[in-house]
Design a protein around this ligand. Structure first.
Ligand code: FAD
Length: 340
């Protein structure tokens, strides 16, 4: 008799009861994978007083929510979270477990994977179900999770398959998977989880949490003005801020600008930064490396300003402005203000 396939699980990240967008994106993707496998989509929701999140999870496609509520699970610390998730994995044997590639996900997923002695593919940009032929060992597998991610600095796209143990675990970049429309008419079940923790697992205490003054919301921004190494200096980034302010947008950056210390990493767009899909992306003094384009090429309209007519950014741009950003940006601001 064929072995029963386990369900698709999504670790739900929440902060004060607000679910992270990436978790909802993964619920939508998880639902698609589960439909192909003929299994259920289940959420793993940990925290204190978080039951209010359940209806949203149903609306985005969860069939069941494992709900672990305990004051020791708030705020997030990795040891108790890993313990609760490991207990759940042993009891229910999921087939697939998806984490967001966020600060929390990147800390938690490897901890769970090493405890389970399972595999983990980090920073996936796509996932699908397929059969897999292991020609070397003359074995074939059906319905495995194809874990797709850029490798070797983005020069190849690798497909990774875990054939040795379930759950097949991955982290997925924020903003990569599509968010479907929620259906608040959908309902599911809640499985309460008994939280069993030792003193050793709760040894880390969070004494204070300090929020950054202003959080950068690149993912939610409809307009992004991004500066690269061509901006030339930290002081000159004022031009990028001025244009963003004139258009009511956020400021993005290439890694070269971040590495030069001209702007914080929170603003970085690309393979090791944020993936964005704004209505308008203005790339100023950015060459258009494969790693940068990986994070912005799906923007609805792209304007690129570059002195080099052969810059690769022009191959993804809808509008190309060959020119010096020090001349072009002030003209754009002036023209926009004259129209506004
Ligand atoms: P450059 O490549 O130096 O380009 C500067 C551009 O500015 C040039 O095209 C030049 O013609 C133009 N210019 C110069 N002066 C002016 C002017 N006055 N007016 C107009 N144009 C001007 N990069 C990212 O951005 N995001 C990532 O997430 C990322 N992840 C990476 C991950 C890995 C594993 C690796 C290996 C690299 C990654 N990179 C990433 C780095 C990436 O390869 C490039 O080095 C980087 O994107 C280059 O940034 P840039 O285009 O600003 O700089």
């Amino acid at each position: 008799m064929a072995e029963k396939i386990g369900n698709v699980w999504v670790f739900i990240e929440q902060e004060a009861g607000k679910i992270a967008d990436v978790s909802l994106e993964l619920v939508c993707k998880g639902r698609e994978l589960a439909a192909q496998l003929g299994v259920k989509t289940e959420a793993v929701l940990l925290g204190d007083n978080v039951a209010g999140c359940v209806d949203t999870l149903f609306a985005y496609g969860c069939d069941n929510v494992f709900l672990a509520e305990d004051s020791r699970l708030e705020p997030f610390t990795v040891l108790p979270y890993a313990k609760v998730i490991m207990d759940l994995i042993r009891a229910h044997k999921p087939n697939i477990l998806l984490f967001g590639a966020t600060l929390k996900g990147r800390e938690l997923a490897p901890r769970v994977a090493s405890e389970k002695l399972g595999g983990l593919t980090a920073d996936c940009t796509d996932l699908r179900i397929d059969d897999f032929e292991d020609k070397k060992n003359n074995k074939s597998y059906t319905n495995k999770l194809m874990q797709i991610r850029p490798a070797f600095g983005g020069n190849i796209i690798a497909t990774i398959v875990n054939t040795w143990d379930d759950p097949q675990m991955v982290t997925v970049r924020e903003g990569v998977m599509k968010l479907d429309e929620p259906d608040f008419g959908r309902k599911g079940t809640v499985t309460p989880v008994e939280v069993k923790l030792t003193d050793a697992e709760t040894v880390i205490k969070v004494l204070e949490r300090v929020r950054a003054d202003k959080e950068v919301d690149l993912k939610g921004a409809q307009i992004i003005v991004a500066g690269g190494y061509g901006v030339g200096s930290k002081a000159n980034f004022k031009l990028i801020y001025d244009l963003a302010e004139a258009l009511g947008g956020e400021v993005g950056a290439s890694r070269a600008a971040v590495d030069a210390g001209w702007i914080d990493h929170d603003h970085q767009v690309g393979q090791t930064g944020v993936t964005v899909r704004p209505r308008l992306y203005i790339a100023c003094g950015i060459s258009g490396s494969i790693q940068h384009c990986a994070g912005m090429s799906e923007s609805k309209k792209i304007i690129a300003i570059n002195t080099d007519p052969g810059a690769p950014i022009f191959s993804v741009a809808h509008y190309a402005i060959v020119g010096d950003l020090n001349t072009v940006i002030p003209q754009m601001i002036k023209a926009f203000k004259a129209k506004a």
